[in-house]
Ligand binder design. Structure first.
Ligand code: NAD
Length: 297
């Protein structure tokens, strides 16, 4: 991990993916940001306040508003398209035939972009082999700068890599202090796949996380908030993250984690909080599979 500038603007940490593309370690999440005005304003606020990665998805049904927010943020800062990194994801109901390509084209249109920096297969259900090969083609055509996966557990990841050409650049999985994904990230590193955390703040559902003595002590020692400690822990462990907030003060707070370093002792105390317990669920859970597969689109 290195400290360098990504485009113009504030200094922030980025990581080089396995194909040489540089990705910011902190990005802005857009899940459940459904109010149009709030969505446009918060994406623009994120760009104004130093975020250079916007994490979108077909599933979130707000890509048109995210696109407006990106356009507004670029206009307000004078940044160019190539100064930011935009991710989208394809839902598995669209993995057959030309579904994956159609979804990517639709996302590009809604986001008002000529290319995407990263496209992920959202969950490993349905015909994800076919969808991956479609993504490989779009990657080679230059529509997408990097391709990756999301919610892939190690065995499925190894299987996908073993019988395809392009090794995923990123695996976006639920990761936070209570679900640190130690084994998963070891497997990702073995194949040079960059882990990226979704729900890095526990989706606001794990409030006790911020009252943990190890979190409070580190926050006091560095004059930071518990949320900043949670995010810094991930980034310092080499895990990128895409926190979400619609409040500008929190948008700023969640990005202001590059001016301090947790000590070895603090990292160890925080690592000990791991319960290896995902809140959102794993694809290997039949209940989760049933829930997502039967979810009305
Ligand atoms: P998150 O962990 O980012 O939590 C967001 C919530 O945390 C906010 O709604 C708010 O309640 C709280 N919060 C935010 N900033 C805070 C702060 N500074 N202090 C205290 N509380 C704060 O959860 P998320 O939105 O689910 O995940 C982040 C992003 O990850 C999403 O927006 C989306 O882009 C992505 N995501 C991907 C998947 C996937 O399957 N790939 C699944 C879920 C989310």
């Amino acid at each position: 991990m290195q400290l360098c500038a990504f485009g113009k603007g504030k200094q922030m940490e980025t990581i080089k993916l396995n194909n040489g593309v540089e990705m910011p370690m902190i990005g802005f999440g857009t899940y459940q940001v459904t109010d149009p005005k709030e969505c446009v304003q918060s994406v623009a606020a994120a760009i104004r306040n130093g975020y250079r990665l916007i994490d979108a998805a077909q599933l979130y049904k707000n890509e048109d508003m995210v696109g407006e927010g990106i356009a507004l943020g670029l206009a307000q800062t004078g940044l160019k398209r190539e100064d930011i990194f935009v991710t989208s994801k394809v839902w598995f109901s669209f993995f057959e035939n030309d579904g994956c390509r159609r979804v990517v084209e639709e996302s590009l249109k809604k986001l008002k972009l000529g290319y995407l920096d990263l496209v992920l297969l959202h969950w490993p259900f349905g015909n994800y082999y076919h969808a991956w090969r479609e993504l490989e083609k779009m990657y080679k055509e230059g529509m997408i700068r990097a391709i990756g996966i999301s919610n892939f557990e190690p065995a499925r990841m190894v299987d996908l890599i073993s019988y395809n050409e392009v090794v995923p650049a990123v695996n976006q999985v639920e990761a936070h202090l209570y679900c640190q994904r130690k084994i998963d990230t070891e497997w990702m590193r073995k194949y040079q796949i960059q882990p990226q955390a979704f729900a890095p703040l526990g989706q606001g559902r794990a409030k006790e996380m911020f009252s943990e003595p190890a979190v409070v002590a580190a926050a006091q020692a560095h004059g930071k908030t518990p949320a900043q400690i949670a995010l810094r822990f991930l980034v310092q462990s080499g895990i990128a993250a895409v926190p979400k907030s619609v409040h500008e003060n929190r948008i700023i707070e969640n990005h202001s984690i590059f001016d301090f370093e947790l000590t070895k002792e603090e990292m160890e105390a925080l690592a000990a909080l791991d319960k290896a317990a995902p809140m959102i669920g794993l694809p290997s859970s039949p209940e989760k599979a049933e829930f997502l597969i039967n979810r009305p689109w």
